[in-house]
Design a protein. Structure first.
Lengths: 333, 322
């Protein structure tokens, strides 16, 4: 997993993990080789113990518990009852009529949103990398919406999208759109509305700043050399900039996919999953199953299915990255 | 090999434009970006301006709407600016019956600060362990740490809820659901992989000679941690603190599953509660909702302007994690 996001410019054949100078040090001495080493061993464990304990207590332990619950019927008031694969069968066979629709919807969402927001962020970063005067100001203005908490953003956009007196529909009406969409209140428009709102909050945010840092790491000499060779703007972007920022692109892609699949708060607050389940995302379904219907066994199965999907996608991404992500100093086949 | 020193990142992200302010002079041999026609420059500025409008427009309209009066808020056509700015809206939101907004604010502050303090302290301790000691299993645990960076939190949502319900019920006879414990306690265990990772990378940039000098002066590992490393790591600690603060301030799903009584709600839940309480349709309160939302955003914006450097560095660090 440690190879998920290799840093730009990491050396050829660098050990995949753990990163950093630690890898270059001598391997840890076996305990007991000397009194000093034993003491260091103990001290290291003690200092790291808050995190290790936390990992066991809040991550590994719960994951194992969740896996067990996935094979049970459990609603807190009665002890968990082992039912084998029933939960998984119910989900995958369509007995739960919301499982496949919510999963498909979430995937479609990711399929649309990840390319859109990555392209948007990259375009903004490219614009901010043009050495315009006032770039710092523009960067701040692009970035500010991403500071809006999801709940506040949802409330804000419900107001902007208000069908009768909202400013967006006012503008649309004056442009001759009659009747303008009902946005969050219309099953066909709820998803696009959420997309607009999410893009507004995401495009200028962290992704853009990471792209910007990546762009600023592209050596100027390469651009100059390409220019001398007669490369135009597009050719320079295609053959110099783009390959050089593939590690950044890869990182943003992995993080973007995970974030898109996890969409919850914006939809939950803006539409509550409606109208007519139009924005019923997977995590919304999980939340509803566990904390509204108290079907903890089935919800745990949903959680594990989600976990397997996310991890597989990340690993798959990592695997394919070898074909297109370029790390400086690495020989190309 | 992989870790870019955090200190090296800040200059990289200094507002571009300054180092190459000679642009436009068109001297031969200058960077290609400097040779640019007037039309193209105008176009680029127009694009940047358009972008700024798209990002800030909705935001600014919310600001002006939050200052409108009840009669103006649903006026048609909508006005851009309030006739008379109603600053009292920002007082009124604290007095809405059934919506203890001041309470929400205080709750958020308490939860956020307690969780952030714990995360920063324990993440620094763990990072110190990873950065400065050789111990059996260190590389293994560091790999585990990196793996948890891409772990979706949703998979542990249910068992964590059950842990805070069932375990205390068995031990102390009452549940910890509908208390702040589930929101604060987990942060006191290392504060998350990213915090530990970021601080570890920073500690590794601090020369070991400083530790060794302290050892010669008779310092133990606790004193080295507290008196040598932590003061030097202030920028990294600030970055971690900012990200923790942001995360807890905005957190919605955890308060949603753990809290039931509205007197314990943080702002995120409180705002949704305010949004959903039934009201008289003739008494719109969008202006108050806008004001309340903006008051939740305000500390984030203040934090951003106060600590922009650490902010940007933290985000960029996240993109370089190994």
């Amino acid at each position: 997993m440690a190879t998920v996001a290799r840093p730009p410019g990491s050396a050829p054949g660098a050990p995949p993990a753990p990163a950093g100078p630690a890898a270059r040090e001598a391997p840890p001495l076996p305990a007991g080789s000397s009194r000093l080493a034993r003491r260091e061993n103990l001290a290291g464990w003690l200092w790291a113990s808050p995190w290790i304990l936390g990992f066991l207590l809040w991550t590994l332990g719960p994951m194992v518990w969740s896996l067990y619950l996935a094979f049970t019927k459990y609603n807190i008031s009665q002890p968990a009852e082992w039912i084998g694969l029933t939960n998984f069968v119910n989900a995958l066979s369509g007995a739960d009529s919301l499982f496949w629709p919510s999963l498909t919807r979430t995937f479609v969402w990711a399929l649309v949103m990840v390319p859109l927001s990555l392209t948007g962020s990259l375009l903004c970063a490219l614009l901010l990398n043009q050495h315009l005067k006032g770039t710092a100001l523009f960067r701040t203005l692009f970035f500010l919406p991403s500071l809006t908490p999801a709940v506040a953003a949802a409330i804000l956009w419900r107001f902007l999208f208000q069908p009768d007196f909202g400013p967006i529909n006012y503008v649309l009406r004056s442009l001759g759109v009659q009747p303008p969409p009902l946005w969050f209140s219309d099953a066909r428009w709820a998803m696009p509305s959420l997309m607009v709102m999410t893009l507004w909050a995401a495009v200028g945010g962290g992704t853009m700043l990471i792209f910007l840092a990546g762009l600023q790491g592209v050596p100027q000499e390469l651009h100059e050399a390409a220019s001398i060779d007669g490369a135009g703007r597009w050719a320079r972007f295609r053959n110099v900039t783009l390959p050089m920022i593939t590690p950044t692109l890869f990182f943003n892609l992995v993080i973007g996919i995970i974030a898109a699949l996890r969409t919850f708060t914006t939809a939950f607050v803006a539409t509550g999953g409606g109208p007519n389940y139009a924005t019923w995302f997977y995590i919304l379904h999980l939340y509803q199953t566990a904390f509204q219907n108290f079907d903890f066994g089935y919800a745990s199965a949903l959680a594990w299915i989600f976990f397997v999907i996310v991890i597989s996608l990340t690993l798959l991404n990592n695997r394919f990255s070898r074909r297109w992500v370029y790390y400086e100093g690495e020989a190309r086949p | 090999v992989s870790a870019v020193a955090p200190t090296e990142l800040a200059p990289e992200l200094a507002p571009p434009g300054q180092p190459e302010s000679a642009e436009g002079l068109g001297a031969a041999g200058q960077s290609p970006t400097a040779r640019r026609g007037l039309l193209e420059r105008v176009l680029l500025y127009l694009l940047a301006f358009l972008g700024a409008c798209l990002f800030m427009g909705p935001f600014l309209f919310t600001v002006t709407s939050s200052l409108k009066s009840v009669s103006e808020i649903r006026a048609f056509p909508p006005t851009l600016l309030p006739a008379v700015p109603q600053w009292r809206n920002y007082v009124e939101i604290f007095t809405i019956p059934g919506v203890p907004y001041a309470r929400f604010y205080a709750n958020t502050a308490i939860i956020t600060l307690s969780a952030t303090a714990g995360a920063v302290l324990t993440a620094a301790a763990a990072a110190y362990g990873f950065a400065r000691f050789r111990w059996w299993g260190r590389n293994f645990w560091f790999m585990v740490l990196l793996a948890t960076l891409v772990l979706p939190e949703e998979v542990v949502l249910i068992p964590k809820f059950l842990m805070f319900n069932n375990v205390p019920r068995a031990l102390i006879g009452r549940t910890l659901i509908d208390t702040w414990w589930p929101l604060i306690l987990p942060s006191w265990f290392g504060g998350g992989a990213f915090s530990v990772f970021l601080l570890r990378q920073f500690f590794m940039q601090i020369p070991r000679e400083l530790d060794e000098a302290a050892v010669i002066d008779g310092a133990n590992s606790w004193q080295i941690f507290w008196h040598v490393l932590l003061p030097l790591a202030r920028p990294a600690l600030a970055t971690v603190a900012i990200f923790q603060f942001l995360g807890h301030w905005n957190d919605f799903i955890h308060p949603l599953i753990y809290l039931n009584s509205n007197t314990k709600f943080p702002l995120s839940l409180g705002l949704r509660y305010f949004l959903n309480i039934p009201t008289d349709a003739t008494q719109p309160r969008d202006h108050l909702l806008m004001a309340a939302s903006l008051l939740m955003v305000a500390p984030m914006i203040a934090l951003f302007f106060a600590a922009q450097r650490y902010f940007v560095r933290g985000i960029v660090m996240s993109g370089i994690k190994g």
